[in-house]
Design a protein around this ligand. Structure first.
Ligand code: PLP
Length: 404
């Protein structure tokens, strides 16, 4: 059985992207031809070592990093965010507080929850407004010399809303707190020049930018004290033990190079497709709202909350119609709780369970948008016909648009 219908319209690129064929091509020789261990002292090992060095430089250029060795390869976003926050706490043992936001990915929130419960670390969860923008007053108020680490995402995975992390890092610096940003959704979509910022650590993940899954990186600014979480060999300058995932690293390097080359053009093209998709859905479907649309957003993401129906059913019916989208965060699939991001944004009660994320990429075409638009209104109408919320006596189909 094929999992992928012949003409799947894939609009879930914030969950994962298709590896770019040029990425796959670059990786292939490192499985069976140049399969040496970069630590080995003979030519085959040195060849692999050179490939790792090249990839680090490709990533360095994408992120405007001053020294290539400030980049450490990891297994992905989750490992990077965990390593960053734990290292920041270890670097300043007398500081026992962390600042993060209410809309972070579980890769940050779950760790912070665990630190609070088991280590007695105080966690400040900074709220957001109805557009998903961070409450800067609350952020300023939480900063103090008790804060070891600030971890604020560059862009939100569910809504695409962008945080002013460059300014937030400056503020954190005034209090001597280390500033980490989960840039998993931003890297490859937004221009980043770390050299010119006060950001101390940045996490990224390959599979969100057309590299494979299981590879990522953590930027650690020169001078930041970093205690390794994984102990063993001396790879990655003793900061992350374990034989390097050479093919993955080569793939991430190529993905970084492609992102740098195409970012400006793709921003314009993908943004136009996203805007058309969003505009036409909101025009054609009653009682729905584009969440966070008034905030500064990633060019590829649209989150639309449909009143009176649940996102699980929308995702299932759209899948049957050959359109792949996601309900909030892909990582929380299986749970029937409304998305913590939409809850934090105070999306109206009748719509908070109906949030659907559409996320595009360089693979998305005009035809994909047309085909999605051809089925979405019908799917929503069908679900509303059978929705207990719509059938309830006296149910008013009036939407509280206060959060628009
Ligand atoms: N942070 C954000 C914002 C994400 O969107 C994701 C993945 O969805 C992660 C972290 C986790 O990254 P990874 O899947 O590479 O562990």
């Amino acid at each position: 059985m094929s999992v992928q219908p012949a003409r799947l319209v894939y609009l879930d690129n914030n969950a994962t992207t298709r590896a770019d064929p040029r990425v796959v091509e670059a990786m292939l020789p490192y499985f069976s031809e140049y399969y040496g261990n970069p630590s080995s002292k003979y030519a085959l090992g040195a060849h692999a070592g050179m490939a790792v060095k090249r990839a680090r430089e490709q990533l360095q250029r994408l992120l405007g990093v001053e020294h290539a060795h400030e980049l450490m390869f990891t297994s992905g976003g989750t490992e990077s965010t965990n390593a960053a926050i734990l290292a920041a706490l270890e670097a300043s043992p007398r500081r026992r507080e962390i600042i993060t936001s209410a809309v972070e990915h579980p890769a940050v929130l779950a760790l912070c929850g665990w630190l609070e419960k088991t280590k007695g670390i105080r966690v400040h969860l900074i709220p957001v407004d109805r557009q998903g923008r961070l409450d800067i007053m609350a952020y300023r108020a939480a900063l103090s010399d008790r804060v070891a680490a600030v971890s604020i995402m560059w862009a939100n995975n569910e809504t695409g809303v962008i945080n002013p992390v460059v300014d937030l890092a400056e503020l954190a610096k005034e209090h001597g707190a280390l500033f980490h940003t989960d840039a998993v959704q931003a890297v490859g979509k937004l221009p980043i020049d770390l050299r010119s910022t006060a950001i101390d650590m940045l996490s990224l993940s390959g599979h969100k930018l057309h590299a494979p899954k299981g590879i990522g990186a953590l930027y650690i600014r020169n001078g930041v004290r970093f205690k390794p979480q994984i102990k063993g060999g001396h790879q990655e300058r003793g900061r992350r033990a374990g034989t390097e995932n050479v093919p993955g690293i080569v793939g991430l390097g190529m993905a970084a190079e492609l992102a740098a080359a195409h970012m400006a053009d793709e921003d314009i093209r993908v943004r136009a497709l996203r805007d058309r998709l969003e505009r036409e859905i909101v025009e054609r479907v009653e009682h729905c709202v584009a969440v966070g649309a008034r905030a500064e957003r990633l060019p590829n993401t649209s989150n639309i909350a449909f009143s009176f129906i649940e996102s699980e059913s929308i995702v299932m019916l759209l899948d049957r119609a050959g359109v792949a989208v996601s309900m909030g965060s892909a990582c929380s699939t299986g749970s029937f709780e409304p998305s913590h991001v939409l809850v934090a944004m105070k999306v109206a009660d009748d719509a908070v369970r109906g949030g659907v994320r559409f996320s595009l990429s360089r693979d998305t075409t005009d035809d994909d948008v047309d085909r999605a638009l051809a089925v979405i209104p019908g799917v929503i109408a069908r679900l509303r016909e059978i929705s207990p919320f719509c059938a309830e006596e006296g149910a008013s189909m009036t939407l509280n648009r206060a959060h628009v």
